[in-house]
Design a protein around this ligand. Sequence first.
Ligand code: THU
Length: 131
Amino acid sequence: MPETLLDAAKSVRENAHAPYSNFKVGAALITSSGRVFVGCNVENVAYPEGTCAEAGAIAAMCAAGERVITEITVIADSPTPVPPCGGCRQKISEFAAHDVPVTLATMSGKIETTTVATLLPGAFDSSHMEI
Ligand code: THU
């Protein structure tokens, strides 16, 4: 059975480096070519230098030469599903169409699915820079 995005996100979450928040997050995305990329949060003693799980998955995708996200899943051990932070919403929006599903999950099995447009209404995009 192929690994689901949720399985991939759950698995990479174990590798999170989160000694300061103790809040491990995993993200997995699939691209238009069908490849899966994963990321976890990587914190730093200089707190603002930490990076989110979503940013790690997006960086891995770009490093592999891919640019189009068709689905993304994020998981954390939280009471309710954790939505991406504001910065990550913008990062996801760079590579995902408005209707791309974003699944948010908890380790206890709660799952919600929303979309890029719902998470970031009125997103700034390249059309705003057309002259
Ligand atoms: N975090 C993520 O990795 N993704 C999110 O969507 C929310 C927050 C991380 C950042 C930080 O390492 C920890 O969770 C606590 O904010």
